[in-house]
Design a protein around this ligand. Structure first.
Ligand code: FAD
Ligand code: E1W
Length: 469
């Protein structure tokens, strides 16, 4: 039998906890050092709710860990995007034809706790309140600080960093041998606000908004208020509330976070640009003042590993902007690839780490690019006639020739096709749509038989097995 190295994971967040579970189930001894205190202890509960969209890739990883059903029990189904136009009208654009193509809103803290419980049940040992501050890769040791700031050295096994976008393991690796780090700030920040459950809002408002049971607005949707250079979104929480996120330029001309110096200015901006949303956020002032303004960047590295000694996964290796809702989903895919590779050749960590990067880096780069593009698409193009014509023609072609055309959003969100394939295929499909619309700008006037023939001549069929490989 091949010797299985013991594994030292840094970070017990979403990706670290799931990876720990997967590795333990494959027979690895895993210990995890997590900076924050144990979230399952009293004191943590009752914090504000932040949620994330879980899509097919993340779900598939959870299935391999036998956790998908349990996660979905606590999640809220989102059937499509509900677009709230500046004039107050709204409309649901379904993500798929039926409820087999939906995404799920999950509570970040509940999901994290479920994954910690599951990893522990598989034999993982967690050390909370222990943050990595340094690593000695020659000696195979890490330096840890406890909550009092006291540090100690600890003999580490194979080191894996799942410690997020600000990874301390990455900093230590980079000091040992440069990783070719490049951080590209988006220049936009975000602020989280809360729409309480309908019963917590006034009865008058409940009536005015249509009274969706305990939810103030349609629960089974991802809500978007596109406004050109910026936008708000809202995702439902199982308890009936919604978490709203305002995305806005950090600096520059009004409106930007820099031009909203106090909460009165922020409220005036909201009243002018999101008049239908503001009444649903009764604690606007406290939320805006009390919640930090988040920053957004894309992280690119030339190398994710230090020979066979240390590897970065999840946001620590490839943090992206959140506009495709794929950061966690991508990190969850990482855990499946890495676990398979390590289980296949546990004695060759250098080979495994290199192979992991070879497989995952092109995909991480592809979703990074698509996430950036989706911000522009979300906030601006929803009202752009050319964009709408392209989308309409794409929908017609997908119906007419489903083996040859699939919207990029669907490839990313509802299949396991590599992200790099979705990006490349999307470019080719886009070029075709542009060519057709150059001659016939009105999507309804396009000769669909001719367009389908052109599509079949120019593009190879999509892979046959689309949903489950
Ligand atoms: P993290 O979740 O950041 O976890 C890192 C862990 O490491 C934390 O527990 C942290 O405490 C710990 N840690 C940090 N430093 C140390 C240290 N020195 N020592 C020990 N432990 C340490 N993704 C989606 O798929 N869908 C979405 O809808 C979505 N929405 C998003 C919205 C926003 C506004 C943002 C910012 C991101 C969103 N994402 C979404 C992305 C998602 O949050 C990340 O991709 C995901 O959290 C990455 O998981 P991770 O485990 O790699 O990192
Ligand atoms: C999803 C934070 C976040 C999370 C998401 C999405 C968006 C916009 C944002 C992309 C999307 C689920 N998206 N939704 N509708 N069109 N594109 O699909 O997760 Cl801002």
């Amino acid at each position: 039998m091949t010797q299985r190295p013991s594994i030292t994971l840094i970070g017990g967040g979403l990706v670290g906890a799931l990876l720990a579970r997967q590795l333990a189930r494959r027979g690895f001894a895993v210990e995890v050092f997590e900076k924050r205190p144990n979230p399952r202890h009293a004191g943590f509960l009752g914090g504000r709710s932040i949620n994330l969209a879980l899509a097919e890739r993340g779900l598939q990883a959870l299935r391999t860990a036998e956790l998908a059903d349990e996660v979905l029990q606590h999640a809220v189904m989102m059937r499509g995007r509900m677009v709230h136009a500046p004039d107050g009208t709204r409309g649901l654009q379904r993500y798929g034809v039926d409820d087999s193509e939906v995404i799920w809103s999950a509570s970040r803290s509940a999901l994290n706790m479920l994954l910690l419980d599951a990893a522990e049940a598989s034999g993982v040992r967690f050390h909370f309140g222990q943050s990595l501050v340094d690593a000695d890769f020659t000696q195979g040791r890490i330096r840890l600080a406890d909550e009092t700031g006291t540090t100690r050295w600890h003999d580490a096994g194979l080191l894996i960093g799942a410690d997020g976008a600000g990874s301390a393991l990455r900093t230590a690796m980079n000091a040992h041998a440069p990783l070719g780090e490049r951080i590209e700030p988006l220049g936009h920040g975000y602020k989280e606000l809360e729409i309480p459950s309908a019963e917590a809002l006034s009865p008058g408002l409940l009536h005015a908004s249509g009274g969706q049971g305990q939810f103030a607005i349609e629960p089974h949707a991802l809500h978007i208020w596109p406004r050109g250079g910026y936008m708000c979104i809202a995702l439902p929480n199982a308890e009936g509330s919604f978490t709203v996120t305002l995305f806005l330029p950090a600096h520059g001309a009004y409106p930007s976070f820099a031009t909203l110096p106090d909460v009165a200015a922020a409220r005036a901006f909201f009243a002018a640009d999101f008049p239908d949303l503001l009444p649903l956020v009764p604690r606007f002032d406290a939320d805006f003042d009390g919640h930090p303004t988040g920053t957004l960047s894309t992280l690119y590295l030339d190398r994710w590993h230090l020979e066979g000694r240390a590897l970065l996964v999840g946001d620590a290796a490839h943090a992206i902007v959140p506009f495709h809702g794929q950061g966690m989903n991508c990190g969850f895919e990482d855990t499946v690839t890495l676990t398979e590779l390590l289980a296949a050749t546990p004695g060759d960590s250098a080979g495994v780490f290199a192979e992991f990067q070879r497989i995952r880096q092109p995909n991480a780069n592809a979703i990074a690019a698509m996430a950036l593009e989706n911000y522009v698409e979300m906030r601006d193009s929803v009202a752009d006639p050319h964009y709408l014509a392209k989308r309409a023609l794409g929908a017609k072609l997908a119906e007419r020739a489903p083996q040859h055309f699939m919207a990029r959003y669907r490839m990313v969100t509802f299949t396991h096709l590599p992200y790099s394939y979705a990006l490349e295929r999307g470019r080719m499909q886009d070029a075709l749509l542009e060519d057709i619309l150059r001659d016939t700008p009105d999507a309804d006037a396009v000769d669909l038989d001719a367009a389908a023939r052109m599509l079949q001549a120019r593009l190879s069929p999509l892979p046959a097995q689309l949903r489950h490989e």
